[in-house]
Write a protein that binds this ligand. Structure first.
Ligand code: PLP
Length: 394
């Protein structure tokens, strides 16, 4: 059987995950590897949420569930969005999806025709180009520069917009940790208005902000019905495995996206939706508790970096990662990550896994308990220092 061109082409040319797989294989073979690769919490979903899931399943929520999402859940998501952005949002603005990932796919399916060019920012969350290709689009990356704190420039976006249909932005950003400023977002909105680009805003890290404030482009004047916002409980509530996310948009597009869900996912399991409703009811204090370890570990990295001269972090204002520029060691991100894994059994992601703009960086996920994390960062920093000394001696 020969797969379609679309399915064969999903991955594109590069494979940025070889280091991740090597580290996993080492860990599975029993080696003590400090894995700072993937954006997962080191805690599991809270038992009170699991109890709600269990109770819902026992009470019968195991059949087909409403495809757009249960009305109380859509209402709770709308309420949360309205409370955090100040933008009026109703249940018919909400489609519940199996995770933010399905939300990203659904949003692109809603906006692209086959062959349409879809812009995204580089560095980028690794699934973006494949998601665009899966929706029939052609990904086009727009570089955000480390020197700008990875904030995309209006001019670059304007230049790339020629012939493109959509633009996907992500703040707080994976992998860079950038939180887009009001100025950046106003520039993005201006470009969309002037060029007719449709905007998709991935806000799955909206509860993880360490510097500045999270601003949704949907909250800018006139944007309420001009952007599709993707959200999720994965990061905010440590519910990555539950697969519960959403897309917020104008009701007429949401209605179309429901039609797509009817012929693809057929919705999210009812017991997961009930757990999600319970999770949202736990309120901002719970969300702050889930985010707190990442803030702590981010601060720990920044303190350790203050005491050395080789590595720099840009800018680590949000999300559960820190991007380290390793050029001071004389290596690029990929070389550094491979050598670090060999020498110290510490796995970090090469920046190039997230696009060309991050090739001199590595991404460190803030994903280990504090003591192990602190030990790993200490050894990473010492390793970088030794590499820089070797270079200086050459
Ligand atoms: N968007 C970004 C930027 C991410 O980093 C992730 C997951 O890591 C997702 C979306 C998808 O998350 P989920 O499908 O678990 O909601």
């Amino acid at each position: 059987m020969i797969g379609s061109e679309r399915i064969r082409g999903l991955r594109g040319s590069g494979d940025g995950w070889s280091l991740y797989r090597r580290a996993r294989a080492m860990a599975e073979a029993g080696e003590d590897v400090a894995e700072l690769t993937i954006g997962e919490h080191d805690v599991r979903t809270d038992p009170v949420i699991l109890d709600a899931m269990h109770d819902a399943a026992k009470a019968g929520a195991t059949g087909y569930a409403p495809v757009p999402g249960m009305t109380p859940l859509r209402a709770a998501i709308a309420e949360r969005v309205e409370a955090s952005t100040g933008v009026a949002t109703a249940p018919d603005n909400v489609l519940v999806t199996p995770g933010g990932q399905a939300g990203l796919f659904t949003a692109h399916m809603a906006l692209l025709d086959p062959g349409d060019v879809a812009l995204h920012i580089d560095p980028f969350y690794a699934t973006y180009p494949g998601t665009i290709r899966a929706a029939g689009g052609v990904p086009r990356a727009v570089e955000a520069r480390a020197a700008d704190g990875f904030q995309p420039r209006e001019d670059d976006l304007r230049a790339a917009a020629e012939g493109a249909r959509s633009l996907l932005v992500n703040s707080p950003n994976n992998p860079t940790g950038a939180v887009y400023t009001r100025e950046t977002l106003e520039g993005i909105v201006r470009v969309c208005r002037d060029t007719g680009l449709s905007l998709i805003s991935d806000e799955v890290y909206d509860t993880q902000v360490w510097q500045g404030t999270h601003l949704s482009p949907r909250a800018l004047p006139g944007m309420r019905d001009a952007v599709l916002v993707v959200g999720s409980l994965s990061k905010s509530h440590a519910m990555t495995g539950s697969r519960l996310g959403w897309v917020i948009g104008p009701p007429e597009i949401v209605a179309r996206m429901i039609e797509l869900a009817e012929v693809t996912t057929f919705g999210v399991p009812g017991f997961v939706q009930s757990a999600g409703l319970h999770a949202l009811g736990l309120g901002p204090e719970f969300e702050a508790r889930i985010a707190a370890p990442f803030r702590r570990r981010r601060d720990l990295v920044m303190t350790m970096l203050d005491r050395q001269q080789v590595l720099t972090a840009v800018p680590a204002a949000g999300a559960m990662y820190v991007m380290l520029d390793v050029s001071g060691t004389g290596m690029d991100g990929a070389g550094f990550a491979e050598a670090l894994l060999d020498a110290e059994r510490i796995a970090v992601m090469p920046g190039a896994s997230f696009g060309a703009a991050a090739r001199s960086h590595v991404r460190v996920a803030l994903s280990l308990p504090d003591d192990r994390f602190s030990d790993a960062i200490g050894r990473l920093v010492s390793f970088a220092g030794r590499q820089a000394n070797v270079r200086a001696a050459e």
